[in-house]
Structures are given as structure tokens and as C-alpha cells.
Design a protein around this ligand. Structure first.
Ligand code: ZN
Ligand code: FE
Length: 239
């Protein structure tokens, strides 16, 4: 069983989420995408956890700026896509699409999703029904197309659409509020999107992350996941 603790980084500006994962059988922990070191060290101290690994989704600074300091502080090893060998600071473990990564008894599968960057990966813990999506997938939105093509991004979206509906996903930023208008527009104010946003608003008002939501909910409400085909996806991207 995987325990997941959410850590807000760069609050009020970029609103990144780092995630502290602990495999409860072995007690082995990892941090996903440490945007900055301080809030991660604080939470680890509170919980008396020493992460053994840092797991990166992609090379952007707002996901890796904590890498070097945390690596030194916790003597942690850093894992990311082999394509980011020269771009992820301090990387030790090079992974490829389809590889498995063992965090104690918890197993992650690496899913390559080019588009936002080339070398972006998802960390998919199938047994724990947890998916860490970095800047590939946000609530009701997706990451900007910085390095890949529309076709590559659509292919990546199809990989997400193929995962089980009961998977909970954990995005790299809190962008729910910003994505609300677009999602309402594309869905014609569907009851599903309205309910999604009600739930998000109640959570955010309490100072909690909007999610996690299931991929089932996301496939219905996220205008990019629900595009249906590449041409429609491209059209929606252009809007
Ligand atoms: Zn990014
Ligand atoms: Fe980011």
C-alpha cells in the first residue's frame, strides 16, 4: 500500500504540487517533483521520513529545482527518463517507457508521454491506482505544447484514456480554477463538469487540493481527454 502526502510548493505563484510517497510495507519513501527544497524538508521532518528517491516527471525547473539540495540532505537517488539524462539535475537512475520501478513493495510503471516536453513520463502505480502526471495532465486541462507535436500529444492522451477509470491522478500544479471556464464552455455546462467544479471549489476553500479525481471523472470532464480524435483535439487546442 502506498501512502500519498501532497506538498504545495511555490504557493500563490506557480502552485506546484510535490508528492511524498511511502510504501507502507517497507517504509521506503520517495518525493515526486520537488519544485523547491524547503517545504519538502519541512514535511519530511514533521512526518519523520527520509526519502530514498526523488522521482521526476520531466526536466522543467519548477519540478526539479529541489533535486540537488534534497539529494544531498537525504542522500536520495534521482530517477527520470533516460532522454532527460542531461537535463534533470543530479539524475542517477535512467528509465525508459515500459520500465518498472520498485519503491519497496509498490511498483510503478513508466509511461512515456511526449508533448509538453520530449522525455516527459507518468509514474503509474497500477496496484495502488495512483498516477502522477506532472505537466502532462492537470484537472480539466493539459500542459502546454513546448517540445512535442500535436500528434505526439494526442498519442500521449490516448495512453491516459486507456488507463482504468478508477485510477486517481495527481497533477503537477493546482490549475483547476484557471481551467474551469474552458471546461464549462466545451461541455456546454454539463452536469458532470458542474459537479466536478462544485467539489473542487469546496476543497479549495478549505485550503485542500481540488483533487485527486479519478481518470473516469477526468475523461468525462477534461475537454482534451474527451476530444475523441486528433482533429477535434487539434481544434480544441487552437481555441
Ligand atoms: Zn513543465
Ligand atoms: Fe510545471
Amino acid at each position: 500500500m502506498l501512502k500519498i502526502d501532497t506538498i504545495l510548493c511555490r504557493p500563490g505563484t506557480m502552485n506546484n504540487y510535490a508528492y511524498l510517497l511511502t510504501d507502507q510495507t517497507s517504509g521506503i519513501s520517495a518525493v515526486v517533483d520537488p519544485s523547491e527544497p524547503e517545504p519538502v524538508i519541512c514535511r519530511c521532518r514533521e512526518l519523520n521520513i527520509t526519502p530514498a528517491y526523488i522521482l521526476n516527471t520531466h526536466h522543467h525547473f519548477d519540478h526539479t529545482d529541489g533535486n540537488l539540495e534534497l539529494k544531498k540532505y537525504f542522500k536520495a537517488q534521482i530517477a527520470g527518463h533516460a532522454k532527460d539524462a542531461r537535463r534533470i539535475p543530479g539524475i542517477d537512475i535512467l528509465l525508459n517507457d515500459g520500465d518498472t520501478f520498485a519503491l519497496g513493495d509498490s511498483q510503478a510503471r513508466i509511461i512515456s508521454v511526449d508533448g509538453h516536453t520530449i522525455g516527459h513520463i507518468l509514474w503509474y502505480f497500477a496496484k495502488d491506482k495512483a498516477l502522477f502526471t506532472g505537466d502532462m495532465l492537470f484537472n480539466l486541462c493539459i500542459g502546454g505544447l513546448f517540445e512535442g507535436t500535436i500528434s505526439q500529444m494526442w498519442e500521449s492522451i490516448c495512453k491516459i484514456n486507456a488507463l482504468p477509470d478508477d485510477t486517481l491522478f495527481y497533477p503537477g500544479h493546482e490549475y483547476t480554477r484557471h481551467s474551469a471556464r474552458e471546461a464549462l464552455l466545451f461541455s456546454n455546462h454539463s452536469p458532470e463538469v458542474t459537479a466536478y467544479l462544485e467539489h473542487a471549489r469546496a476543497r479549495l476553500e478549505q485550503g485542500l487540493p481540488a483533487g485527486p479525481y479519478t481518470l473516469g471523472e477526468e475523461k468525462k470532464c477534461n475537454p482534451y481527454l474527451s476530444a475523441g480524435n486528433e482533429a477535434e483535439f487539434a481544434r480544441r487546442l487552437g481555441c
